[in-house]
Design a binder for this molecule. Structure first.
Ligand code: HMG
Ligand code: MG
Length: 308
């Protein structure tokens, strides 16, 4: 039997943070509900980052207490620092009894320039900050995911030494992260590079604690997932319809599309727990909400077939 796979949905966060259109809070909640009802059990819902940096997600304080309570579905939100954690804890307090299950995700880059651009900190400063934030989040009873960005390449520095990515990932685990997601932030990885970098990181972190977060900018994301599967990785991040991309790079596609990932995995005999028809409906909803044709290939094929 092929191993069951966790498809970790990042559309409402990684997707919407990069869309030019700002989606209203009720529309975001409708999308999250559609994703949960399609069988996605881990949904990254929003970020408690600076509203000046990411205005698209500035409604996080209102969104989190209103997240739909769905059986078996839990949420993750990005928390960059102590202030973000405080905002998350406050949102959960306001949600009161029966608050949705929410975990925190911290993030930083393997490369110096991307970390500065994204977090206004050096890598060392981010490590010091997260060394306090991760245990503080656990002190609130939260599970914590850690992201390492630019693991496979940096938009400013080019190639990134796998030792640097491994060192950051190891520190995140040491701080108390339950899982570390390895980010191909700009979609430059190939299967050969994925094998090389992930094999290195597997020397110190077990496969069960790792996830792969591939962007599909150059069309290699699914191939990289296959390389990850071969190495025993069982959690893959993806975004409904391939939502996202970069508002400053017209035509650039975003994360690996969830429907493409589910189609491939299920076809290979891996259980994902996802209802394919409901997933396509969620993709159609995402497309309506952002008002543009999304890049997901399976989504477009299915929509064309059902409209024919
Ligand atoms: P900063 O300007 O250095 O912040 O930004 P600061 O600590 O100097 O504070 C400046 C002001 O921001 C203060 O307010 C703070 O209170 C406020 P003022 O006193 O001027 O009124 N502030 C905050 N407000 C709300 N929420 C907060 C917060 N923190 C400080 N949490 C900061 C530092 C981390 C805030 C900023 O750099 C930031 O928000 N960055 C986030 C960027 C981001 O969200 N990037 C996308 C997510 S990462 C990603 O997409 C990669 C991933 O998908 C994996 C992959 O693909 O590789 C995960
Ligand atoms: Mg990303």
């Amino acid at each position: 039997m092929a191993a069951p796979i966790t498809v970790y949905e990042v559309g409402p966060r990684d997707g919407l943070q990069n869309e030019a259109a700002t989606v209203s809070t009720p529309d975001k909640l409708a999308l999250v509900r559609a994703l949960g009802e399609a069988g996605l059990r881990r949904i990254e819902a929003t970020s408690f980052v600076s509203p000046r940096w990411i205005p698209q997600l500035s409604d996080a304080d209102a969104l989190v207490p209103a997240l739909p309570r769905l059986p078996g579905v839990s949420y993750v939100v990005l928390v960059p620092n102590a202030k973000g954690l405080e905002r998350l804890a406050d949102a959960l307090r306001r949600a009161g009894e029966g608050a949705p299950e929410v975990a925190a995700a911290v993030f930083m880059s393997a490369s110096e320039s991307h970390n500065r651009k994204n977090l206004n900190r050096t890598v060392e400063e981010s490590l010091r900050e997260l060394e306090a934030v991760v245990p503080a989040a656990r002190g609130h009873g939260l599970r914590v995911r850690g992201y390492v960005s630019t693991v496979f390449g940096c938009p400013y520095e080019g190639a990134v030494d796998p030792e640097r990515a491994a060192a950051v990932a190891e520190r995140l685990v040491a701080f108390g992260c339950d899982q570390v997601s390895l980010g191909d932030t700009i979609g430059v990885a190939t299967p050969a590079l994925t094998r090389r970098v992930v094999s290195r990181i597997l020397r110190t972190i077990p496969a069960e604690q790792l996830a792969l977060h591939m962007h599909d900018t150059r069309g290699t994301a699914l191939a990289n997932v296959l390389a990850g599967l071969d190495l025993g990785i069982t959690t893959f991040d993806s975004s409904i319809g391939g939502l996202g991309g970069c508002p400053y790079a017209p035509g650039a596609s975003g994360n690996l599309a969830t429907e493409d990932l589910v189609y491939m995995l299920e076809g290979m005999g891996h259980e994902t727990g996802v209802d394919f028809e409901k997933l396509i409906a969620a993709g159609a909803l995402a497309q309506r909400l952002v008002g543009r044709r999304l890049p997901g290939k399976t989504l477009q094929a299915e929509l064309a077939r059902t409209e024919a």
